[in-house]
Design a protein around this ligand. Structure first.
Ligand code: G
Ligand code: G
Ligand code: MN
Ligand code: NA
Length: 258
């Protein structure tokens, strides 16, 4: 199990690694962006997954330095990718970065994001911050103020794991978000389970009427892809397209594709 001292050492030694999973336009299969997902490789070749150390890092506050590293690494990488894409005449990609409740309610968070973007040379329009519903409910005041500041500066905000939290629809109306990620738990039932599919259709309808982009998570089959596209989802992410992969593979995927 992960321990606080182990996280401290890994932070000091720079042992973490970012994987990247493509987020794909459902209509033509072009890559619209990537989600950065943190990994903790071990000397024996195994990898500790984020569910096994992010909760500890949140509890100890170590998520603040770890989150800063993730943000800086992901924005630098996206800036490099987009330089190459610009030179090749292809559309730039967005980078999505997960942020925890602790980071979101840190009053210094918007400045930190701004500084990461400036240092990386990345246009704010190509950064998406992914926040969960629960992170927004917890100490919502400062978190919401931070998200407003970010959106005013042109950074996108995605509501992650949508449908699994407790947010009411009126809450969704007032949130400064630009995209909604439908959780895999909902996508799993599409199109086989009629009630689940109806629910997803309704979620997409609400999102569209609020002019939010819709990303379906955990897309694993072509049937799902087709049904989600027919229901109006914009983008998909999942094993049908690709698993989260190391930076070198993500770079190759873009060179090979678009
Ligand atoms: O592949 P997956 O196991 O990567 O990620 C599991 C969960 O861990 C994600 O749903 C997300 O909530 C969390 N996670 C992954 N990467 C990050 C990260 O960089 N920062 C934060 N705060 N959470 C992450
Ligand atoms: O931050 P978030 O909870 O959205 O992270 C996405 C999680 O979902 C990561 O753990 C990622 O590895 C995982 N994931 C992405 N696509 C798929 C998929 O198609 N199937 C499954 N089972 N998991 C996926
Ligand atoms: Mn996410
Ligand atoms: Na999610």
């Amino acid at each position: 199990a992960a321990r606080r001292s182990g996280l401290d050492r890994a932070l000091a030694e720079g042992s973490f690694e970012l994987y990247y999973q493509p987020i794909v336009w459902l209509d033509d299969g072009d890559i619209g962006g990537f989600e950065a997902l943190v990994r903790w490789p071990q000397p024996d070749g195994t990898i500790i997954m984020p569910d096994d150390f992010i909760p500890l890092a949140e509890a100890t506050g170590q998520i603040l330095p770890l989150g800063r590293w993730i943000l800086r690494t992901a924005t630098e990488q996206a800036a490099r990718w987009n330089e190459a894409r610009l030179a090749a005449g292809v559309a730039p990609v967005k980078i999505s970065v997960n942020v925890s409740a602790h980071q979101l309610r840190d009053p210094g968070f918007p400045d930190e994001v701004g500084k990461a973007l400036t240092d990386a040379g990345l246009d704010p329009a190509f950064l998406m911050v992914e926040a969960t519903e629960s992170a927004l409910i917890d100490r919502a005041g400062q978190a919401l103020a931070n998200l407003r500041t970010l959106t005013q500066h042109g950074v996108g905000v995605s509501l992650d794991d949508f449908g699994t939290g407790y947010s009411s629809l009126s809450y969704l109306r007032d949130l400064p978000v630009s995209a909604l990620k439908i959780d895999k738990a909902f996508v799993d039932g599409v199109p086989a389970e009629p009630r689940q599919t109806a629910l997803v259709k309704g979620i997409i309808g609400i999102a569209k009427s609020l002019t939010l982009m819709v990303v379906a998570e955990g897309v694993e089959t072509r049937e799902q892809r087709r049904a989600l596209q027919n229901m109006g989802a914009d983008l998909g992410q999942g094993y049908l397209y690709a698993r989260p992969m190391p930076v070198r593979e993500a770079s190759e995927l873009m060179r090979a594709g678009r």
